[in-house]
Design a protein around this ligand. Structure first.
Ligand code: SAM
Length: 251
């Protein structure tokens, strides 16, 4: 297998990407009566249900290394060629991974082939909210905003490979434990910490000059009170819609 990108950018992932129990509950509900599950882009094992028979598929040895000793088994592989026969399991899941695939349509078709009952994705869904509603990327990191609108699959892309899909909003709690890009929506100081940014591929893959400029602007706005003047109401809000969605295709 070619070297996997997450062998480099995945170091330290498990420390800041702790699955959030409220998001896990939404995934449990979506899994419904599924007993067997293939989890694609399984990484360190986030959101793998302890109540079902799960097998992960993951291209990065570094990510597999971070799986807990009692985690489900995980096969070295890629979404584009899943090593399972047609209809091998009840459900096929993919959380925060489709935007990294080299051929999204092929990977989604593979998930549909392998799943007897349902396919479940969790991603930022372009078009779900106006891009300017995500203050972090709209104001401080427009490079990530542009990348996200292109890299994450739109609903039409999902449906072209999976058939009709149901969309479930994933509102982010203020203390969301899974440190993905928008997770710190009411804790802006967190973005100034390197270990927090290390768990977010958008920060790791963006040009350094733009990252530095965005971080300096955020630090200035926090110190001067400009951030709180504009967005301080978020510190008193209990949840936030950053456009994260479950996309569910029932077979
Ligand atoms: C942001 S991590 C998400 C990991 C895990 N699903 C989670 O929610 O924490 C993205 C994962 O997708 C994996 N990945 C990248 N390209 C892939 C591909 N073509 N097929 C399957 N997984 C891939 C990466 O190695 C990485 O582990």
């Amino acid at each position: 297998m070619p070297a996997a990108r997450y062998d480099t950018i995945g170091t330290g992932y498990g420390r800041v990407r702790v699955p959030d129990p409220r998001i896990a509950a939404l995934i449990e509900e979506a899994l419904g009566d599924s007993v067997s599950v293939v989890n694609v882009g399984a990484g360190a094992g986030s959101y793998e249900s302890p109540h079902r028979k799960v097998v992960g598929v993951e291209p990065s040895a570094e990510m597999i290394r971070q799986r807990a000793p009692d985690a489900s088994p995980c096969i070295l592989g890629r979404s584009e060629a899943l090593p399972f026969v047609d209809g091998a399991v009840d459900a096929c899941t993919a959380f925060w991974t489709v935007h990294h695939w080299s051929d999204q349509a092929a990977g989604l078709r593979e998930m549909r082939r392998v799943a007897r009952r349902r396919v479940i994705l969790m991603n930022y869904l372009p078009g779900a909210i106006p891009p300017e509603a995500r203050w972090l990327t709209a104001v401080y990191f427009p490079h990530i905003a542009r990348a996200d609108e292109t890299l994450f699959p739109r609903l039409g892309t999902c449906e072209a490979s999976l058939g009709p899909c149901r969309v479930v909003p994933v509102r982010l709690p203020t203390d969301c434990s899974d440190g993905f890009l928008d997770a710190y929506w009411s804790r802006p100081e967190a973005y100034l910490e390197e270990p927090v940014r290390a768990g977010i591929s958008g920060f790791r893959l963006m040009p350094e000059a733009e990252r530095t400029a965005g971080l300096e602007k955020l630090a200035r706005d926090l110190a001067s009170g400009a951030w709180d003047e504009r967005f301080g109401h978020l510190r008193r809000q209990t949840s936030f819609d950053a456009g994260v969605r479950l996309v569910i295709a029932e077979r």
